[in-house]
Ligand binder design. Structure first.
Ligand code: SF4
Ligand code: SF4
Length: 651
């Protein structure tokens, strides 16, 4: 005979404002299995949890229903409270009367009716629940970090310092990411390379860190504690063991291509290191632009290389590794301003903020001299255009790119500092400076450096004979403005890295509407994903400045270390099981399982039948609905349990 206790949470007033708690209790009282009912303002609080635990002990309850927020929020909290009171935690069910009821309805009467139905369904289910016992899985104490920008580097160093092995996989020939391209950082104006390069060197020299540059993750299988990963090492056409990084080959190469690091503002050779401080300091041959690969001629680099390190026949190499956790730090990219024809980005004097970073950098293509790319003259007037594709749902992206207001203030200050006679205008929708010291920094640009801020969007940039004519409306005065400018600098929207979709599919993590990876919970689990053991660091989760990126990278590392420090992990007991005596060996389940958890098993008496690898099974239930002989059961979600819930709502 079941003895079920029901606990209804008000969630402050989140639930009680829309669901009539007294009427709900009255409607449930008298249900045959119901032995105890209580409500409280915050069941997740210590007092609330104690109420549940006390009732379990004092009333000798055989099952508990907590009617509250989503199980994503507090399922573990309430199950732990039940376990502490001596009840198997899987004999506790949550009826979600907040996200599924009070938050989505305004009619109190109907919301109360729905809350009653949801709680009755949970009572019906918990009557059939069976006690479940989690298994344990071993943890491989090695970490994989995907992406070698500042986020990936910081996470890797933190994990390595804690004593665990870390591999960084970086798609380009060097670690460093976007931060390596930036001249100075806001709000302190310290040199970006000066603070980044020591970290790059530290990562490359750390005994616990292995770099896989010019490499990509090709395949990921497995689960938390035991990920099987294939890393594709693209051929650099250089024998890394022989190369000393002398750079003689770079000087002689006649093959040319636009430099990615210099944002296409000048050329690099076909054999190249992306920038002088690149780590590792080993060249790469860009086969698409190499004369040897194109025409089977040249080969100069091989002739001049003193250590015979050039290897035109090098092939792609696949490395297989096992990891306990994965940190995704794939960063961001800037949207292509070409899609906004009104700004005429195809004109040489219309550039992006990142191109400006290279122009103003002493090691950049103009050696730090501010010049118009069209004629190398110093600009008399510069116009910055904010929100190119950001906060523009109709044509671009609805999100705010977060960093542009601040880097524009910095760039405007750098211009005024070096060239006080150059006029600078910034056109903006709103100025957003919510960071430590950010507001003061932006005000300095206006008040101390005389940067002209105009609230209003630029409607069009017209390329004239010599100047660019910028047309805009001043939103404060309604005045139509026309400015002749020598240089227009756009702030394109920050969007997810081009490979984010592939990474999302490989890792089974989700992307939000803007394409950035989704955290498990925006407030309480900001670095975790819905897939256990996979964490997020940096701008792959949303636009971030450098301090925020570094903080989140360290947060992800701390969570990762929490797993790596354990020898084994408790595994979810809500997994599928096959009744092998009834399996018809069709293996439809094997085809649909997204986690490759169904295996073929040579069972005594039954021949080749399906078997579930419980360590791989994530309990998604795809196999149970596919099985034609209904022989697969999902523990904790059996047909009996689900159908009795449906009965409570429908009958
Ligand atoms: S073989 Fe290719 S990489 Fe080497 S020098 Fe010639 S063009 Fe450059
Ligand atoms: S429930 Fe079935 S389909 Fe889903 S992961 Fe487990 S075995 Fe695979």
């Amino acid at each position: 005979m079941s003895k079920i206790g029901v606990f209804i949470c008000w969630c402050g007033s989140n639930i009680s404002e829309t669901v009539d708690i007294e009427k709900t209790k009255a409607a449930l009282e008298g249900l045959p299995a119901l032995d105890y009912i209580e409500d409280y303002q915050y069941l997740c609080s210590e007092i609330g949890q104690k109420k549940i635990a006390d009732a379990i002990k004092n009333k000798n309850l055989s099952g508990v229903v907590v009617a509250s927020c989503s199980p994503r929020m507090h399922e573990d909290t309430f199950r732990n409270a039940a376990e502490d009171a001596g009840l198997n935690p899987y004999l506790l069910e949550i009826a979600n009367i907040r996200e599924h009821c009070s938050w989505v309805h305004s009619n109190k009467e109907k919301a109360t009716e729905k809350a009653v139905a949801l709680i009755r369904a949970a009572i019906n289910k918990v009557k059939h629940n069976q006690p479940l016992t989690p298994g344990s899985i071993p943890v491989n104490k090695r970490a994989l970090v995907i992406g070698g920008g500042i986020a990936g580097i910081q996470s890797a160093i933190d994990i390595a310092e804690a004593g665990y092995q870390v591999d960084i996989v970086e798609r380009t020939p060097s670690i460093g990411g976007k931060m390596a391209q930036i001249d100075k950082t806001f709000p302190t104006l310290d040199c970006s390379a000066c603070i980044l390069t020591p970290k790059m060197v530290e990562a490359s020299r750390h005994e616990n860190i292995q770099l896989h540059t010019y490499s990509e993750v090709a395949r990921v299988d497995g689960y938390v504690g035991n990920f099987d990963v294939e890393i594709k090492k693209k051929p650099r056409s250089i024998d890394e063991d022989k190369c000393t990084g002398c750079g003689i080959c770079l000087e002689k190469c006649p093959g040319k291509a636009p430099s990615e690091f210099e944002e296409g503002l000048n050329e690099r050779n076909a054999i190249y290191t992306p920038f002088p401080q690149a780590v590792p300091n080993i060249p790469t041959i860009d086969r698409d632009n190499c004369i040897k690969f194109e025409k089977d001629k040249c080969g100069l680099c091989a002739r001049v290389c003193p250590t015979d390190a050039i290897n035109f026949n090098q092939e792609e190499n696949i490395i297989e590794e096992k990891y306990g956790i994965i940190i995704t730090a794939t960063g961001y990219q800037l949207t292509d301003p070409d899609q906004f024809g009104e700004y005429h980005y195809n004109h040489p004097d219309v550039i992006t903020g990142m191109e400006f970073e290279r122009i103003i950098n002493a090691a950049g293509p103009t050696e730090g001299k501010l010049q118009r790319p069209s004629n190398s003259e110093k600009p008399e007037r510069v116009v910055f255009v904010q929100c190119v594709g950001s906060r523009d749902k109709a044509r671009g992206h609805s999100h705010c790119s977060k960093i542009c207001c601040m880097y524009t203030a910095k760039q405007a200050m750098l211009i005024r500092e070096k060239y006080p006679e150059t006029e600078v205008y910034v056109f903006y929708i709103d100025i957003r400076t919510a960071g430590k010291g950010f507001e003061e920094f932006q005000r300095r640009a206006q008040e101390d450096y005389g940067v002209n801020y105009v609230k209003g969007m630029v409607g069009k940039v017209f390329p004239g004979k010599d100047k660019l004519r910028v047309e805009a409306i001043d939103a404060m005065t309604g005045e139509f403005l026309e400015l002749n400018s020598d240089l227009v600098i756009l702030s394109p929207a920050a969007i997810p890295d081009q490979k984010a979709g592939d990474v999302s599919r490989q890792l089974g993590i989700s992307q939000g509407a803007s394409g950035f990876f989704t955290e498990a919970h925006p407030k309480l689990k900001p670095v975790e994903t819905q897939t256990a053991g996979i964490f997020l660091a940096g701008a792959c989760q949303g636009p971030k400045d450098i301090p925020e990126t570094v903080a989140q990278a360290s947060g992800a590392a701390a969570k990762a270390i929490g797993i790596l420090s354990k020898d084994s992990l408790v595994n979810n007991p809500c997994v599928a099981e096959v009744n092998q005596a009834e399996c018809s060996s069709c293996f439809s389940c094997k085809e649909v399982c997204p986690y490759s958890a169904i295996e073929k098993d040579e069972a005594e008496k039954h021949g080749m039948v399906a078997r579930v690898n419980e360590a791989l099974c994530q309990g998604c239930g795809a196999c149970t609905v596919t099985c034609r002989s209904s022989t697969i059961n999902l523990k904790g979600f059996s047909n009996k349990e689900i159908l009795s819930e449906v009965d409570a709502i429908c009958l």
